[in-house]
Design a protein around this ligand. Structure first.
Ligand SMILES: NC(=O)c1ccc[n+]([C@@H]2O[C@H](COP(=O)([O-])OP(=O)(O)OC[C@H]3O[C@@H](n4cnc5c(N)ncnc54)[C@H](OP(=O)(O)O)[C@@H]3O)[C@@H](O)[C@H]2O)c1
Length: 242
């Protein structure tokens, strides 16, 4: 049976690469982004009626509830939720980061994943199985200087996944974290420029491994995380002991 996949941040970058791979496998993807700016290009990459783009800012709880209720109404279930949307702070030393900016990056990278988990879990728990993949970063396993807000929020994503996994250890809901290193996407181009971005692994490579994880070909225990860096899997970590 085709799976129902929800991917946040699916209009470009890693989210779009994931959408393409799942749709190519015959699955249906509901992709979310704040704006419609990249939709025409995205629909050229995935020209399928099985790729449904929805607009909404998932840092808003009201919007998350509305989006998920709409998906539930249209599809009846969620087999896989991929919390991929995120954004990166401009580079700045800790003492130069305003509290407003610090909080904004928590909102963009952690609140959004939390809200999606919070409101998708009751739907997924009614099913025999479901998978949540939260996208963190290498920066969520070891801090990157001048990216304090982003790094701290991405460490938080790891904690979110571990909590969801532990709370659901007796259910069919699994939750893992994917920690990519640099990828050649708009996020990287904005932060470090085009030349640097072109040297990074492709989002298609990372998406391919994530699809293999979702398909059970690469085992990652619920609550665990995988690091994908320089076009290689550089580590697969089990959840910490209780
Ligand atoms: N690129 C890297 O080098 C790198 C490395 C490690 C980890 N990551 C992580 O990988 C994930 C994907 O990154 P990427 O490089 O593919 O990013 P990207 O190219 O900047 O794409 C981000 C996507 O998220 C959407 N988005 C952002 N904020 C949103 C919000 N509040 N609500 C709904 N949609 C939102 C964007 O669309 P709109 O702008 O229209 O909302 C876009 O579709 C992120 O979590 C990122 O932190 C990236």
């Amino acid at each position: 049976m085709p799976r129902i996949i929800v991917i946040t941040g699916a209009s470009r970058g890693l989210g779009l690469a994931l959408a393409k791979k799942f749709v190519d496998l015959g699955d249906t993807v509901f992709g979310i982004s704040r704006t419609r700016r990249y939709w025409p290009a995205a629909q050229k990459v995935v020209p399928s009626g099985h790729f449904k783009l929805l607009a909404g800012d998932i840092t808003s709880e009201k919007t998350v509830k509305t989006l998920l209720a709409g998906i539930k109404r249209r599809a009846g279930r969620i087999d896989i939720l991929i919390n991929n949307a995120g954004s990166c702070a401009p580079l700045a030393l800790v003492e130069k980061v305003s509290l407003k900016e610090f909080r904004e990056h928590f909102k963009q990278n952690l609140d959004s994943a939390f809200l999606m988990c919070k409101h998708a879990i009751p739907v997924i728990k009614k099913q025999p199985h479901g998978l949540i993949m939260n996208v963190s970063s290498m920066a969520g396993t070891r801090a990157v200087p001048r990216l304090v807000s982003y790094s701290a929020a991405k460490f938080g994503v790891l904690a979110l996944s571990q909590a969801v996994a532990k709370e659901n250890s007796e259910t069919g809901l699994h939750c893992i974290t994917v920690c990519p290193g640099g990828m050649n996407t708009e996020m990287r181009r904005e932060l470090f420029g085009s030349e640097d971005a072109a040297r990074q692994q492709t989002p298609e490579f990372v998406a391919d491994l994530m699809v293999q994880i979702a398909n059970g070909k690469i085992p990652v225990l619920s609550g665990g995380h995988i690091i994908i860096r320089h076009s290689k899997i550089t580590g697969v970590f089990p959840p910490p002991a209780a």
